[in-house]
Write a protein that binds this ligand. Structure first.
Ligand SMILES: Cc1ncc(C[n+]2csc(CCOP(=O)(O)OP(=O)(O)O)c2C)c(N)n1
Length: 579
C-alpha cells in the first residue's frame, strides 16, 4: 500500500513534469516517492529558488511545475517568491511538510496563515483524500492563475493509505482501479493542458455583452475607420489571449503603428512597424510618435505608472480605448473600456472595418520606425573609466544567440536588456520579481527556464546586489543549464537603484555600496567559465562561446565592470517624479 506521500507524488506526476526544491524532514518521503515516478526533480540550493524555478518554468513554457520544501524554515524561505507568483498571477504548486495534526511543535509556525498572507491558498492532505486534494490544488493553481500550497502534515506523510483512498488489496481490482485513476488523470490532464499558455485562455472567452459594449465597439470601429494616426498597444494579457495574429491583422487593416508593454514585447508579428516598449524603456523617438496618435487601442495591458510614463505616454487629445478582462478601466486616461477577450475584439474589429470598407491610414508607412526606436549607442567607457552599460548592452545584443530566453533579476540594470536586446515573443523575456518588486530571484530563474525550453540558450541579466542575494543558486544554474547558460552581471559595485534614488538625494551611501565582487571567480568555483569584462573587446569571448555547440562549452558568466554614472532613462524619469 502506498503512503500518503507516495500517493501525492504519484498523483502530481500525472500532471507535472518538473519539481524544484530542497529536501528536509517534511518532504523526505515525498521526494523518495517522486524518485519512482517519471517526474524530474531538480535540487535547488535555497527554497526560494525552488519556487522561482517553478515560476520561471511556467512563464517560459506555459506548463505547470511544482516546488517543494520542508516545514517551518524551509517553508518560510519560500514566502518572497510565493508572493511574487501570486501577484504576477503565475500558477505554481508548492508541496510542503506541515505541523502534525496533533498540534504544533516548538519549531512550527502557522503556515496556512503565512501562505494566506501572501495570497496563496493551502490544501492539506489527509489519509483518505490524497488524490482529490492534490488534484484540487493543481486545478486551483491553473484555473485561477495563482499559487497553491499542498501541505502534508508530519504525522500523515508516512501513513499507509490502505483502502481509504478507494484502493483494493485484491491485485486484479487494484489494477482496474489504477487504470481508472490513470484515465481520469489523463482526462484531467487534457482539460488542464487546454488552459495552458500559449493557449492560456479564459475557459470561456469573455465576450462583450450588452448594449453598452456593443456601442463602445461600434464607436471604436468608427474611430479607427477615420483615424489618421492609429496606434495599437498590447501587453502580456494579449499574449495570454493568443491575440498576436489578430492584432497583426488589425494593424494591417488600419495602418497602425504598434507598441507593447515590457512584458508584452514581441507580441506583434510584424516588427517593421513596431515602436518597441511603452514607458521608460521606450526610445525617445518612439515616445514622441506615440504622442502624435489620434486613436490608441490598448489590449491586455494594465497600464501601470511605468508603462504610462507617469501619465505622459499619450497626448491629452489621444482617444484611448482599453480592451481587457479587468473589471473596469485601469487608468484615468482611458476614455472607453470594453471588458472582453483581446483576440475576440481584435478579430471583430478587423471584420467590422472590412464591412464598412475602411481604408488603411497609411501612417505606419509614412514614418521611419527604425530611426524612431533607435537607442543611444553609448560610449566605449564612462567618465570614471569603467564601462558604459549602454555600449556593453548593445554589443551583447548583437552577439546573443537568436534562440534564447532572457531571465531578469531586478535593479537599475533592468533597463539595459529591455532596451538593447530584441525579444521574439513575450515568453522569451521573463522577469521573476517585478510584480512584488523583489530583487534576488535571478540565478534560480535559470534552471526553471532551462528545463522549460530545452533547445534554447538561457541568458540571465542581473545586478551584483541581486546576484549576491541569489548566489546559492548560481550553483543550480551552472549545474542545470551547463553550456546553454549565460549570465550577464552588471557589476557596478553598488545597489545602483538605491544610489540613484537615495544617494543622489544626499542619504548615507555606505549602505548602498558593495565591495567589488569577483563574480567571474565565483562562477569558476561552481564549474563555469567566468570572464571579467573591462573593455568592449573582452566581449569577443562571447562571440567565441556562441560559435561553439552548447554541449562543448561551459556555462559562461560575463562579469561586466560597469559605471554607475550612466543612469538609464527610465530611472531618470522615476528620479524626476520622486523629486
Ligand atoms: C528583496 C529585496 N530587497 C531589497 C530591495 C530594495 N532594492 C531595490 S533595487 C535594489 C538594488 C539592486 O542592486 P543590484 O542588484 O546591484 O542592481 P543595480 O540596481 O545596481 O543595477 C535594492 C536593494 C528589493 N527590491 N527587494
Amino acid at each position: 500500500m502506498p503512503t500518503v506521500s507516495a500517493l501525492v507524488a504519484h498523483t502530481l506526476s500525472a500532471h507535472i513534469d518538473h519539481v524544484f526544491g530542497v529536501m528536509g524532514n517534511g518532504n523526505a518521503l515525498f521526494l523518495d516517492a517522486l524518485d519512482r515516478t517519471p517526474t524530474h526533480y531538480t535540487a535547488m540550493r535555497h527554497e526560494a529558488g525552488g519556487v522561482v524555478a517553478a515560476d520561471a518554468h511556467f512563464r517560459a513554457s506555459g506548463r505547470l511545475a511544482a516546488a517543494t520544501a520542508t516545514y517551518g524554515a524551509g517553508f518560510t524561505n519560500t514566502l518572497t517568491p510565493l508572493a511574487e507568483a501570486a501577484q504576477a498571477r503565475i500558477p505554481v504548486v508548492l508541496v510542503v511538510g506541515d505541523e502534525p495534526t496533533t498540534g504544533s511543535r516548538p519549531w512550527d509556525v502557522d503556515q496556512i496563515a503565512m501562505a494566506s498572507g501572501v495570497g496563496a491558498r493551502t490544501f492539506t492532505v489527509g489519509r483518505t483524500d490524497v488524490v482529490a486534494t492534490t488534484v484540487l490544488a493543481i486545478e486551483h493553481a491553473l484555473a485561477n492563475r495563482t499559487v497553491s500550497v499542498l501541505a502534508i502534515p508530519y504525522d500523515v506523510a508516512g501513513l499507509d493509505v490502505g483502502e481509504a483512498d478507494g484502493r483494493s488489496d485484491d491485485p486484479a481490482r487494484a489494477r482496474d482501479e489504477e487504470a481508472e485513476v490513470a484515465t481520469s488523470a489523463s482526462a484531467l490532464g487534457a482539460a488542464l493542458d487546454a488552459l495552458a499558455v500559449p493557449a492560456l485562455r479564459l475557459p470561456e472567452p469573455v465576450t462583450p455583452k450588452g448594449e453598452f459594449a456593443t456601442r463602445v465597439l461600434a464607436e471604436t470601429v468608427a474611430a479607427l475607420a477615420s483615424a489618421r494616426r492609429p496606434l495599437l498597444l498590447a501587453g502580456r494579457g494579449a499574449w495570454l489571449a493568443g491575440a498576436g495574429e489578430a492584432l497583426g491583422a488589425l494593424a494591417d487593416a488600419t495602418g497602425a503603428l504598434t507598441l507593447t508593454t515590457a512584458l508584452g514585447r514581441g507580441v506583434f508579428p510584424d516588427d517593421r512597424f513596431d515602436l518597441g516598449v511603452a514607458g521608460g524603456f521606450g526610445a525617445e523617438g518612439s515616445m514622441q510618435l506615440v504622442r502624435e496618435a489620434d486613436v490608441a487601442i490598448v489590449f491586455g495591458a494594465s497600464l501601470n505608472q511605468f508603462t504610462m510614463r507617469f501619465g505622459e505616454l499619450f497626448a491629452p487629445g489621444t482617444r484611448v480605448v482599453q480592451v481587457d478582462v479587468a473589471a473596469t478601466a485601469t487608468h484615468p486616461n482611458v476614455g472607453s473600456f470594453v471588458r472582453a477577450d483581446a483576440a475576440f475584439v481584435a478579430r471583430a474589429l478587423v471584420a467590422a472595418l472590412g464591412a464598412v470598407g475602411a481604408q488603411s491610414s497609411g501612417w505606419r508607412e509614412s514614418v521611419d520606425v527604425a530611426a524612431a526606436r533607435a537607442y543611444e549607442p553609448g560610449d566605449a567607457a564612462a567618465l570614471d573609466g569603467r564601462l558604459d552599460p549602454r555600449s556593453v548592452a548593445a554589443r551583447i545584443g548583437e552577439l546573443l544567440p537568436e534562440d534564447r530566453v532572457v531571465v531578469s533579476d531586478g535593479g537599475h540594470f533592468i533597463g539595459w536588456a529591455n532596451m538593447y536586446w530584441p525579444v521574439a515573443s513575450p515568453d522569451r523575456m521573463i522577469m521573476v520579481g517585478t510584480a512584488f518588486q523583489s530583487i534576488g530571484l535571478g540565478f534560480p530563474s535559470v534552471p526553471g527556464a532551462a528545463l522549460a525550453r530545452p533547445e534554447s540558450t538561457i541568458v540571465l541579466t542581473t545586478g551584483d546586489g541581486g546576484g549576491l542575494m541569489a548566489l546559492a543558486d548560481l550553483e543550480s544554474a551552472v549545474r542545470v543549464a551547463g553550456g546553454r547558460g549565460l549570465a550577464v552581471v552588471w557589476n557596478d559595485a553598488a545597489y545602483g537603484a538605491e544610489v540613484n534614488l537615495y544617494g543622489l538625494k544626499g542619504l548615507a551611501e555606505a549602505p548602498m555600496r558593495i565591495p567589488e565582487t569577483d563574480f567571474a571567480g565565483l562562477a569558476a568555483a561552481f564549474g563555469a567559465e567566468g570572464v571579467v569584462v573591462r573593455e568592449l573587446a573582452d566581449l569577443d569571448r562571447l562571440a567565441e562561446w556562441t560559435a561553439r555547440p552548447a554541449h562543448e562549452r561551459p556555462f559562461l558568466l560575463l562579469d561586466c565592470r560597469i559605471s554607475g554614472a550612466v543612469i538609464a532613462p527610465y530611472q531618470q524619469e522615476i528620479i524626476r517624479v520622486n523629486s
